[in-house]
Write a protein that binds this ligand. Structure first.
Ligand code: NAD
Ligand code: GLY
Length: 369
């Protein structure tokens, strides 16, 4: 059971392979990229210690069986590695392995490892190719596709980064079986995002099959991941540098980032949970502004609740962040153009659009409700 999606970026086009047991094919899929590159014999596999314990050995085995000599670089798990210190450690390890400009670096992990490895590969010797083997649902449906790479700065998340597209994405949905339930649900928020943003029929499909996908139904999982990747690939091919439509992928993120900042980027609220609440708030704001039917917003929230995702600010444990505090965080977000907050709002399920024309009072009311 597998699906193939191509990100149509001309000479930089690449394939996304989605399927159960896809890791077993990694050697065969990666080998042609290596010989085309003609690079050094040793291929670095960057991962984190959680993923290394669970999924590194099978990958190293299949690479060996394909005649690929690989060596692991194991980073600490979590955002701590998406830092200048993490970048220094990783680039040092890559240089020690004497990777040359024609080499290939493999990222095996969630969005943290993918973003860090992509960035390190992008700056190493002015640009080395890399491959994504995403192991979280969030990474399989979002961060491994589209070439956004970054580390965090003291001033905020993802502020030091570059566009650097991978050469291939290999998404094995079977790897999601070991993912903690909370991480799986958080990734599911990004899946729902595609339906809410641009495909009502997909949202309808998720209402019926989303729970099965989360419970480990392989066919449902492959369909959910592949459809999400197809939608993202389509947008990235149209607008790689986010000058237009790609911003739609930020549905729920203006609110979400403010909530993450207000909760100190802590375990109180992980990224996908913040995006889930952020999307529900975007629906509410759209209804308040008379843009979106109330029943679409209710239907959206009903699905989040049914699946077990948070959908209101009150669902966050601990002290509730105030509307004023959240607005201050939004003003510091990257998504501010000419002093105006940019929001992705909705005319209905599957009909998102970008706007900077939003009265601050309405935003405050939604945040205080
Ligand atoms: P993550 O990479 O931190 O992974 C979450 C946790 O799950 C970690 O502890 C990890 O070790 C563990 N893990 C990973 N795969 C596992 C598996 N199969 N089984 C068990 N445990 C596993 O987090 P994430 O949610 O994947 O990614 C979040 C990051 O992605 C953030 O830094 C965010 O900024 C970034 N992001 C980037 C983009 C992009 O377009 N580049 C898009 C969205 C998010
Ligand atoms: N995650 C949003 C984007 O890739 O543009």
């Amino acid at each position: 059971m597998s699906e193939l999606i191509t990100v149509g970026l001309g000479t930089r086009a690449y394939d996304i392979h989605v399927g159960t047991g896809m890791l077993a094919r990694a050697g065969a899929l990666l080998k042609p990229l290596l010989s085309k590159n003609g690079g050094k014999a040793i291929v670095p596999v960057v991962t984190d210690s959680h993923v290394a314990d669970l999924h590194l050995a099978p990958l190293m085995d299949v690479l060996r069986q394909s005649g690929i000599e690989a060596r692991a670089i194991v980073m600490a798990p979590g955002e701590v590695s998406k830092s200048f210190a993490g970048l220094e450690r990783l680039s040092g390890a890559l240089l020690d392995m004497e990777i040359d400009r024609k080499g290939l670096v493999i990222a095996l992990g969630g969005g943290v490892i993918g973003d860090l490895t992509g960035f390190a590969a992008g700056v190493l010797k002015r640009g080395v190719a890399f491959a994504q083997i995403p192991t979280t649902l969030l990474a399989q449906v979002d961060s491994s596709v589209g070439g956004k790479t970054a580390i965090n700065a003291a001033q905020g998340k993802n502020l030091i980064g570059m566009f650097h597209q991978p050469r291939i994405v290999i998404a094995d949905t079977a790897l999601l079986k070991t993912l903690p339930k909370r991480e799986l649900l958080a990734g599911y928020a990004e899946v729902v995002k595609y339906g809410a943003m641009g495909d009502e029929l997909f949202f309808e499909w998720l209402e019926v099959h989303g729970a099965a996908a989360l419970a480990g139904d392989e066919a449902a999982n492959v369909r959910a991941v592949a459809h999400s990747c197809r939608m993202k690939a389509d947008i990235v091919a149209r607008d790689e540098r986010e000058t237009g439509d790609r911003a739609l992928l930020n549905l729920g993120h203006t609110f979400g980032h403010a909530l993450e900042a207000a909760t100190g980027f802590s375990d109180r609220l992980i990224h996908g949970e913040a995006v889930a609440i952020g999307m529900a708030l975007a629906f509410q704001l759209s209804v308040k502004l008379g843009l979106c039917p109330g029943q679409d917003a209710q239907r959206f929230t009903r699905h989040l609740k049914a699946i077990g995702l948070p959908c209101t600010i009150s669902d966050i444990a601990g002290a509730r962040p105030s509307a004023g505090e959240l607005i201050r965080h939004m003003a510091h977000d990257k998504k501010v153009a000419d002093g105006k907050l940019t929001f992705i709002l909705l005319r209905g399920l599957g009909q998102a659009f970008v706007t900077s024309d939003v009265p601050l009072e309405a935003v405050k009311e939604v945040l205080a409700a």
